[in-house]
Design a protein around this ligand. Structure first.
Ligand code: AQP
Length: 333
């Protein structure tokens, strides 16, 4: 039997190699299986948990759609839409915020990381972000959620919310409890400047990430400048322990070229980093440049992108509003 897939990406600009290898590449593979039903959401309500410029946000929503399509998601066979246009998401999030417990949310590490030292000044939305994420997923009866490793904890919270709702209202199996789909290897791509930090859109230095809209010379330059260590290329996997930058770059090579880590290590053992970096740049250019060119082409056609969103929103609304109607009956509205 096919899977029901739901996943989302925030339209916060600078979509990068981490988003691609950790999530979007997996979306494409899942959407290529005819048996699966896939819903891919541009989570614009999540984006406003931190301040956004309205004009930039509008542009980033379209760019995220363009990235999905350029990466290989067929909008005719899969639902692509933006969250703010399906009001059931916000409504379900409120109901779930009455189901979720403060203690559960207090344990979320992403909030602690994103709010930093001054959490009194963080928005309430940033704190309750995973509750909205639970609404996104549970409204579509998703069975599987492909995400990067950083979203694992939020997905566990989503499962707890679904389970508690089913228990509290004595509606066994009303919400399907979704399984995370996190790749076993390379599920967390790290910054090119610091192998202990996640590659991220909001990192100030553009040299820390490969953007999906980068030019060939950007990619070559960023890989050339990527941090490494003074040791030679490793001969075994174990030698990568305590070498976060080398581990990350070798992992990126393996993931982009679809070969396992041992094969990559064997291929470059005994060589120097500069040789490896040349090959790494080449596989990245071969993978990213066609996507980057296609994004730029699609971005010139706002009418096309808006039509995809409109069609996707109509389909998503149909599914989500039916589920919402049942939620109203169960809750007693
Ligand atoms: N570095 C990463 N490695 C692997 N997967 C990643 N993802 C994000 N960064 C990495 C996965 O990409 C999907 C979409 O992420 P998102 O845009 O919704 O949110 P995010 O995780 O907050 O992305 P960023 O880049 O880290 O943004 P900022 O800088 O705002 O914090 C998710 O499945 C995520 O796991």
């Amino acid at each position: 039997m096919g899977k029901k897939i739901f996943s989302g990406v925030q339209p916060t600009g600078n979509l990068h190699l981490g988003n691609y290898l950790g999530a979007i590449k997996n979306f494409v593979e899942l959407s290529n299986d005819q048996e699966n039903e896939c819903v891919f959401c541009v989570v614009d309500l999540h984006a406003i948990t931190v301040k956004q410029d309205p004009q930039v946000l509008r542009n980033n929503i379209r760019e995220t759609v363009a990235t999905f399509i350029a990466s290989g998601i067929d909008p005719k066979k899969n639902i692509i839409f933006n969250q703010s246009k399906v009001s059931a998401h916000s409504e379900a999030a409120w109901i779930f915020s009455c189901v979720a417990r403060m203690g559960w949310l207090n344990r979320m590490t992403q909030f602690k990381e994103k709010a930093g030292k001054d959490k009194e000044k963080a928005s309430i939305g940033l704190f309750s972000y995973p509750v909205l994420m639970a609404a996104d997923i549970l409204l579509y009866d998703a069975t599987h959620v492909p995400v990067g490793d950083d979203q694992k904890q939020h997905l566990e919270l989503c499962r707890d919310i679904g389970q508690k709702f089913n228990n509290d209202f004595e509606v066994e199996n009303f919400f399907k409890i979704p399984e995370p789909l996190i790749q076993k290897q390379f599920s967390r791509i790290m910054s090119l400047k610091d192998g202990t930090k996640k590659m991220s859109k909001s990192e100030l230095s553009d040299l820390s990430r490969i953007n999906l809209t980068d030019l060939k010379e950007d990619i070559v330059n960023k890989i050339k400048k990527a941090k490494t260590d003074t040791l030679p290329m490793p001969n075994t996997n174990e030698e990568l322990d305590n070498r976060p930058e080398a581990k990350n770059l070798i992992g990126i090579y393996s993931s982009v070229s679809n070969v396992n880590l041992d094969e990559t290590i064997a291929k470059f053992s005994g060589k120097n980093f500069s040789e490896f970096k040349e090959d790494l740049s080449q596989v990245l250019v071969d993978k990213i440049i066609p996507i980057s060119n296609e994004i730029k082409k699609l971005k010139k056609d706002n009418i096309f992108l808006d039509k995809i969103l409109k069609d996707g929103c109509d389909k998503a609304n149909e599914i989500a509003s039916k589920k919402m109607k049942k939620i109203h009956e169960i809750v007693g509205f």
